[in-house]
Design a protein around this ligand. Sequence first.
Ligand SMILES: NC(=O)c1ccc[n+]([C@@H]2O[C@H](COP(=O)([O-])OP(=O)(O)OC[C@H]3O[C@@H](n4cnc5c(N)ncnc54)[C@H](OP(=O)(O)O)[C@@H]3O)[C@@H](O)[C@H]2O)c1
Length: 338
Amino acid sequence: MINIAILGLGTVGGGVAEVIEKNQSEIKRVLGDNIHVKYILDIRDLPGVVRDINIIVNDPDIKVICETMGGKEPAYTYTHLALEHGISVCTSNKELVDAHGVELSRIAREHNCSYLFEASVGGGIPIIRPLRESVAHEKITRIAGILNGTCNYILTNMKSGKSFDEALKEAQEKGFAERNPAADVEGHDTARKIAILASLVTGKKFSYEQVHCEGITNITQQDIIDAQAHNMSIKLLGVYQDGYILTAPFLIPASSPLYGVNDVFNGIMVTGTQVDNLMFYGRGAGKLPTASAVVSDVIQCAKNINTNINNNFADLQPVSDLVKVPEVPEGQKFRILV
Ligand SMILES: NC(=O)c1ccc[n+]([C@@H]2O[C@H](COP(=O)([O-])OP(=O)(O)OC[C@H]3O[C@@H](n4cnc5c(N)ncnc54)[C@H](OP(=O)(O)O)[C@@H]3O)[C@@H](O)[C@H]2O)c1
């Protein structure tokens, strides 16, 4: 029996408990053992929930922790403490991975445990591990990703004649957008995610602050109509290419696999010099898809107790040679994905 703890019983944390419960026999088949959620830590006073991290990290039964609280604190302090106790941490927290991922990965290595973050980018889509392992030998020339389901839902919805404000309101009513949608629609969420992906394939630590960031708030119905007239769609992309990194709305030609990625779905196109184009597609958020990605990390950690899984983050060096982002061509409102 592998005993774990979940920190933060919210959308993703609740999903982790549910996936482990529902997929018990599949987990047993791949791991050869059962996973048991021994502790849940949350700020709320819920039955059976603990509020003191020390109870968890001082229990020698605990081998893996899922950090699904979000935000920098106390997630950073708790993760640090767990790793120092030799407990692996699996997280969906992109903000923490961006801000402290390198340091936490080094602590994990020093203490023979792991810091994994598959769920921090692309929700349920396996993208971190394929980049870290399957195409690790490739020279990656471009990553272009639709990485924010809220923005993609809004832009898809605007095709039916709605204004940005109307499409945003509908996204909020359906629970696809937060009441304060700034981090999504201004591109910051996408910026965090493309910074993590670029870091994985370059050996350099791109941080969120280095990403040139444009959002979707000034996209009009006329822009959508014009794009459709040219057989293109407008998508908010995170792009890493040729040493530069940006988040901006792009015109996507119908010939691109990203053109048909609609509604809340995410799509990530990765280009390598030998493998050519790869396309990753799926649900980029949501309780169960995101939790599924966390559980995949938990299984990997459970198979590697007292061993550090190299997450390609511990040795990252700061970027010193960032290339200036190409301007939008004269007379155009958007860049075109070619
Ligand atoms: N939701 C998604 O689809 C999704 C997808 C990919 C990645 N993520 C990432 O996953 C993380 C969690 O997201 P979420 O949507 O699951 O958030 P959430 O629903 O707000 O869950 C966070 C949980 O942690 C609890 N919490 C907050 N501060 C705490 C503290 N100091 N001590 C103990 N518990 C605390 C919260 O309690 P209260 O509710 O009382 O504050 C809540 O139960 C975030 O980093 C997010 O960016 C989410």
